[in-house]
Design a protein around this ligand. Structure first.
Ligand SMILES: [Zn+2]
Length: 471
């Protein structure tokens, strides 16, 4: 392509505090319209905002997770505009003094810089009823705390935009400050995109695509815009600076309005809210309370525990899985075996039965199950079966094994007898093996296993069979 793609993102993430940012109303998704509102969040005359300290803490945590500098002084401003979902006719935001600045996230070894993270309130929601031709306003979302993460224009493709957003989502979730449910709108992404002739220094005119609510639509919207803008430039025409909406059903973006500049919003300091002061000690204290991020955990899994990277990635898909796995790691040294049981069998069960946020069995019980196979007390097939039963009942694996006759039998004489019988009845295979056709060993193993049953130790059978074939 003859153009360079320049992309910057603005990610809006709702903070999962108990209450809203300037009042005591519950911060929760959904609910009957206009039931989580008070005079403050619907801006009745005389109502004054009171800043929720938890929102400040959560914003600091988000900033630290994204390698930002935390400003010891930050303040709130009014962003003035009229829209029916905004009863105050201004949004309380941070324009002049944001809470976090100068962060970055590394994607495949490349640093994507974060210009700033500011704290603000969300607006309400309009519900358009096409049949009756009316629009209704729901203010439950008014004043829900939001952070806006603004990157530098360092991103050069839809895939990179997606990878960056995925990494931000993972970190916010691990830190416990945002549930990042894109389908519920608790994390939304605006994409600023422009093209410039390859190698040119000056940026082209950008379009902003608003409110993308899935990773897939980020990639699709970017791909569509690259094509649209390069067609315009190829014709020698100019791209308009505007705000566009992405239509998920046809994969196209359409113009919404010409893009506003900061001047249009007449920002000025909010006189109702005192400045926010956080000292270094407090920032350090918050920093120490943040759990390890996925990248840090992955390094330990792969480098220290020797777990395959793909397995590590799967365990890291949810913090609860990773926390559980970390607990098990305290009690065992066969990390690979535990990881394999986790991502193969446990994930199969989760796919089948669903996951409610915690397991009925404890990390110790899971470790016991891993060790039972390592110590040859059960077979691999029995291990799987026990895990299914543990998942439902939360019972101890040893008890389950006993109750279901799943403990491996080390009946040496019984195995020897079965080996003798198998050798006698399969003389052809035996002589083939002795002539060097090694693949018939599996067949002979199978013959013996059929005799002695599934609970017999395969190791013991192998050992005895090898012994007898040599003799
Ligand atoms: Zn309220």
């Amino acid at each position: 392509m003859k153009y360079d793609v320049v992309i910057g993102l603005e990610i809006h993430a709702e903070l999962s505090t108990q209450s809203k940012i300037f009042c005591e109303c519950a911060q929760q998704f959904g609910g009957e319209p206009n039931t989580r509102c008070c005079p403050k969040c619907v801006a009745l005359p005389g109502a004054l905002p009171v800043l929720n300290q938890a929102a400040i803490k959560y914003a600091v945590i988000a900033g630290l997770c994204l390698n930002c500098h935390i400003n010891e002084y930050s303040a709130f401003d009014r962003k003035n505009y009229f829209y029916p979902d905004l009863p105050k006719a201004y949004q309380i935001s941070q324009f002049y003094f944001p809470i976090c600045e100068n962060g970055f996230v590394e994607i495949n070894g490349k640093k994507i810089r974060i210009n700033r993270i500011h704290l603000e309130e969300d607006a309400g929601k309009l519900i358009h009823d096409d049949i009756q031709g009316i629009s209704l306003a729901d203010y439950n979302r008014s004043s829900v705390p939001l952070i806006e993460i603004v990157t530098e224009p360092d991103i050069t493709s839809g895939e990179e935009a997606r990878a960056f957003t995925e990494e931000v989502v993972a970190r916010l979730r691990y830190a416990g400050v945002c549930d990042a449910k894109m389908e519920e709108g608790s994390l939304r992404c605006d994409v600023n995109i422009s093209l410039k002739p390859k190698g040119a220094k000056e940026f082209g005119t950008r379009a902003e695509i608003k409110n993308l609510n899935s990773f897939k639509s980020i990639v699709r919207a970017v791909d569509y815009e690259i094509k649209r803008q390069s067609d315009i430039l190829d014709r020698g025409a100019k791209v308009k600076q505007e705000t566009r909406r992405f239509n998920d059903s046809n994969g196209k973006t359409v113009s919404m309005r010409s893009k506003e500049e900061a001047d249009d919003y007449r920002y000025f300091p909010d006189p109702d809210i005192p400045a926010v002061l956080i000292d270094k000690t407090k920032i350090l204290e918050i920093k120490e309370s943040i759990p390890a991020m996925p990248a840090e955990r992955k390094k330990i899994y792969v480098e220290d525990y020797g777990i395959p990277e793909a397995d590590a990635d799967l365990i890291l898909t949810q913090k609860e899985y990773s926390d559980f796995f970390n607990e098990t790691a305290k009690y065992l040294d066969n990390y690979r075996g535990a990881a394999s049981l986790f991502v193969v069998e446990l994930f199969r069960i989760i796919n089948d039965k669903g996951y409610e946020g915690e397991f009925k069995f404890s990390p110790e019980q899971f470790v016991k199950l891993v060790k039972m196979l390592d110590e040859d007390k059960i077979t691999k097939a029995a291990q799987k079966k026990i895990l299914w039963l543990m998942f439902d009942s939360g019972k101890d694996p040893e008890i389950i094994a006993k109750e279901n006759n799943l403990l491996t039998v080390r009946d040496v004489e019984g195995v020897q007898e079965a080996v003798r019988a198998a050798i006698e009845t399969n003389s052809k295979a035996v002589s083939q093996y002795r002539e060097g056709v090694e693949k018939v060993f599996g067949f002979l193993m199978g013959q013996v296993m059929r005799q002695v049953g599934k609970s017999a130790s395969p190791d013991l059978v192998r050992e005895e069979l090898l012994k007898a074939l040599k003799g």
